[in-house]
Design a protein around this ligand. Structure first.
Ligand SMILES: *[C@@H]1O[C@H](CO)[C@@H](O)[C@H](O)[C@H]1NC(C)=O
Ligand SMILES: *[C@@H]1O[C@H](CO)[C@@H](O)[C@H](O)[C@H]1NC(C)=O
Ligand SMILES: *[C@@H]1O[C@H](CO)[C@@H](O)[C@H](O)[C@H]1NC(C)=O
Length: 405
């Protein structure tokens, strides 16, 4: 199974398979009416008002930023909340489980002004002032480092300006956590713009990650790092092979649920009871959402080198950093408070690695869920989000403390 998964990824990375339209052969049958709806339509279908804003980064990327404005029934705003998605994913993640169950709906129901950015290159942010993502490989010349120091400050500043607030609360999954760590380490003034960061399954050091795709990435990273511009291509795009085969297996019939849930998610520390049969087709209809091959390989570098800067290979590292290996990010300047939530069943963000990250930070706490089966994707798609996760966020924002369940 792991072998097949790696081979599939390899094919997506190295061939044009990603553009085949397998779905068309299966007509329009849908297991869920919510399955393929993009963010605005999904929010409207679920009974919420949503807006789309566009933010241009200093290097010309045009990012989609969604918003669930304060609900009419709220007397006052409880503040600004930003939800940042993870690697290969999109802002859709905070809607997918549906009303009463998804992160963004719950924060909106609690009178927060909810903003949902999409990083460069994903399904909603394939746009640029001068570059064409379908033609210019330069468009795909980025990794998490650019997402962190170019995309994230652009959306934070836009939201603070637009809302006339001085700070916001940040809820992030996986790579979204890494982005804010890098930003606050690199541009310390951003510490003051974040009230608190909630890190769901936070990724920085991946020494103990046993997620097969990360292992694959770390295996190919040393060789591919040296190929430079060849890394500037799109991988894992929405409507590509991986998503279409996911929809094929999981989106057209609920009978396939036990099989496809195992095939697609077991490798991530997936608990079949957390992603329910009604939510699974919606997940596969909205994932993956694309990134660059450079960023794909970048996460393999991070597993090999620790939470370090970009690895250009020995020669260029010596020129750039004056060391053969890239230096670690210096997190000593990250002064903003963090609340991390981890799980002993997370194959990506291992609790040992989260605890190591904490030793580098000034102000963080960690809740390790007592449910030993919670996996990496359950933090965004699991049925127990309203029982385990959002109460921590809401309680911390109201009282400064929380109960870890
Ligand atoms: C890209 O952004 C420009 C400027 O905002 C806009 O006119 C155009 O429609 C966008 N293209 C796509 C494909 O979203
Ligand atoms: C951590 O941050 C919180 C929230 O800003 C603050 O109340 C607390 O005093 C800080 N703790 C430490 C040890 O700095
Ligand atoms: C986390 O890391 C420890 C130490 O390497 C390992 O024993 C454990 O199996 C890992 N947990 C997961 C869920 O991968």
């Amino acid at each position: 199974m792991k072998f097949l998964f790696a081979v599939t990824l390899l094919c997506i990375v190295h061939t044009g398979w990603g553009d085949n339209d397998i779905e068309s052969t299966f007509g329009d049958f849908k297991a869920s009416p919510r399955q393929d709806l993009p963010f605005l339509e999904l929010a409207n279908y679920d009974g919420y008002t949503a807006e789309q804003h566009f933010v241009t980064t200093e290097d010309g990327y045009i990012l989609s930023l969604f918003r669930l404005p304060i609900q009419k029934s709220c007397e006052t705003s409880k503040g600004v909340m930003m939800f940042m998605h993870g690697l290969y994913l999109s802002g859709d993640d905070c809607l997918i489980p549906g009303p009463g169950k998804a992160h963004c709906y719950i924060y909106s129901d609690n009178c927060y002004d909810v903003w949902v950015p999409n990083v460069r290159g994903n399904f909603y942010s394939r746009n640029h002032t001068t570059l064409n993502p379908n033609k210019d490989s330069k468009f795909w010349d980025f990794s998490v480092d650019e997402l962190a120091v170019l995309d994230l400050p652009a959306v934070i500043d836009y939201v603070l300006l637009e809302t006339e607030e001085s700070e916001l609360s940040y809820v992030a999954h996986s790579q979204g956590v890494s982005m804010l760590l890098i930003l606050c380490a690199t541009k310390p003034e951003y510490n003051n713009k974040i009230k608190v960061g909630f890190g769901l399954s936070p990724t920085a050091w991946l020494d103990n990650s046993r997620f097969i795709v990360i292992k694959f990435q770390s295996l190919i990273a040393p060789g591919l790092t040296l190929t430079g511009p060849l890394l500037n291509v799109e991988v894992l795009k929405r409507n590509g092979l991986l998503q279409n085969s996911g929809e094929l297996f999981c989106g057209t019939t609920t009978l396939a649920y036990p099989i496809c849930s195992f095939l697609i998610f077991a490798a991530l520390g997936y608990n079949e009871f957390q992603i329910t049969a009604d939510v699974l087709p919606v997940v596969v209809g909205h994932t993956p959402s694309g990134t660059s091959l450079k960023n794909f390989v970048r996460w393999g570098q991070i597993q090999n080198n620790g939470f370090s800067k970009y690895d250009y290979g020995t020669l260029k590292n010596l020129i750039t950093y004056r060391t053969a290996k890239p230096p670690l990010y210096d997190l000593s300047g990250v002064s903003m408070p963090w609340v991390f939530i981890g799980s002993d069943n997370d194959y990506v963000a291992n609790v040992t690695d989260i605890k190591f990250l904490q030793t580098k930070l000034q102000n963080s706490s960690l809740c390790v869920l007592s449910d030993k089966t919670f996996g990496h994707l359950d933090f965004i798609y699991g049925k127990d989000i309203p029982n385990y996760l959002t109460p921590i966020v809401l309680s911390y924002l109201d009282t400064g403390s929380y109960t870890c369940t």
